[in-house]
Design a protein around this ligand. Structure first.
Ligand code: PMT
Length: 400
């Protein structure tokens, strides 16, 4: 089980099972997730925010919708931050408020503002669980796509026995991890390029760009979760490769080209998220160039890796990226056509809140005969949405 690089917003509501949230926070973190706890007023009656702060490693947000909380991280930002909103324990009262779409405290409000996955682990007395009103609420929530973990059955804190117990933290953590395993690319071989390239000027200087590799690494993670066998060709970045990914480190565009083309045989899909330098220095110096009044560098074009891939006798399903500062859709559509791609992912660059070296991005995905906008959000979530789209289009091409 892994929750590597996942951001989980753990909502704790008023139930005796709230004491188990402490172990849940610990298990989620052990599995690799970042955990942000938000408590309702009732939740804070059962377990102290300090305990959850210690185990989650982050300050806990409480029930208020006030200026202080909003200044730290507003409810909209919190909802956007999370890859998964997990309410455990979810009391009968909170489930009723969720079903009604109430926004009367911070946790309920951010659930309303959340457009990603939402899961609840109900915890209540068996009679409260069996009640028609609770069951109606659960039906409504399931119909709306809320994931329901449990409840389990057994001895209850009130001395009764029956269904309504919150699942054990281990089971909740496992079911949370399973939500990210889509299996959409089961057994497919996917090669991804990520990060910048460095083009040497001399022994100590180089030309490069601001790519951090975050977008490409997030795509590699999403592809693994979709069941693919992933090779990641990475330029120089300060990131850890996701588990189960074969990573090949390269430095220059020439090295990236060799690494990509040399491993292309048998690949089903190629995703080119790397920001490959378009130019390299024509004659890099072997030593360190001495300071001089003016230094003129002659640059020559680097070969285009994407074009080389789509020109192969049997090219894989090929997805290019387009980094543009203006006319994003038009320039991207031209690249889709000119480079004979199956799909292109356009993003606006040159803005501080998206694109290069940011945790967030906004994507416009184009293919022959279709397009889809993926609104501004964390790169992890966008990567999963992108992999879903790629799997759909790849499947459509495969059966055409
Ligand atoms: O790494 P991050 O900080 O997370 O930032 C992500 C990103 C902005 C780098 C990423 O989302 C992105 O846009 N990557 C492509 C950047 C780019 O080089 O775009 P381009 O429009 O210049 O190139 C078009 C496509 O051709 C790209 O798929 C690129 O990999 C490919 N290319 C470019 C030049 C070259 N010599 N060979 C290529 O294959």
């Amino acid at each position: 089980m892994t929750l590597a690089n996942k951001r989980i917003l753990l909502g704790v509501t008023g139930s005796i099972a709230a004491y188990k949230s402490a172990e849940l926070a610990r298990r989620l973190r052990e599995a690799g997730a970042e955990v942000q706890v938000v408590m309702t007023r009732g939740g804070a009656e059962f377990i102290t925010p300090l305990t959850l702060q210690a185990l989650s490693g982050r300050p806990v947000f409480l029930h208020h919708l006030d200026a202080e909380t909003e200044a730290a991280m507003g409810h909209i930002s919190l909802a956007r931050w999370a890859d998964l909103v997990l309410i455990a324990p979810a009391s009968a009262d909170f489930l009723a408020r969720l079903a009604q779409g109430r926004a009367d405290d911070l946790l309920a409000t951010l659930c309303l503002a959340c457009d990603g996955p939402l899961a609840v682990a109900p915890a209540m007395n068996r009679q409260m669980w069996a009640q028609a009103s609770t069951q109606d609420n659960m039906r409504l929530l399931r119909e709306r796509g809320v994931h329901v973990f449990g409840p389990g059955s057994g001895d209850q804190a009130c001395g009764e026995n029956g269904p309504g117990r919150m699942l054990e933290p281990r089971e909740i953590a496992e079911q949370s991890a399973a939500l990210f395993d889509s299996g959409l690319l089961q057994g497919r071989r996917v090669l991804i390029s990520a990060g910048p390239t460095r083009e040497d000027i001399d022994a100590v200087r180089y030309i490069s760009n601001r790519s951090s590799g975050k977008m490409g690494f997030a795509i590699a993670q999403a592809a693994v979760e979709a069941g693919a066998r992933v090779t990641l060709v990475a330029g120089p970045v300060a990131l850890q490769a996701p588990e189960r990914v074969r990573r090949i480190d390269v430095r220059s565009a020439a090295e990236m080209r060799e690494a990509v083309l040399g491993r292309m045989e048998g690949q089903d899909i190629f995703i080119a998220a790397a920001a490959v330098a378009d130019y390299r220095v024509a004659r890099p110096a072997a030593g360190k160039v001495k300071k001089q009044a003016r230094l003129i560098l002659e640059l020559e074009r680097n070969p285009d890796i994407l074009r080389a891939v789509t020109a192969l006798p049997v090219p894989p399903f090929t997805v290019g990226f387009a980094a543009e500062t203006e006319n994003v859709a038009a320039y991207a559509r031209a690249k889709l056509r000119d480079k004979a791609l199956d799909m292109i992912v356009a993003n606006e660059v040159g803005r501080h809140d998206r694109g290069f070296d940011s945790d967030d991005n906004e994507l416009l995905v184009l293919w022959k005969g279709g397009e889809k906008s993926l609104p501004l959000g964390p790169k992890g979530r966008l990567a999963r949405e992108l992999i879903t789209l790629i799997a759909e289009r790849y499947g459509a091409k495969d059966t055409a």
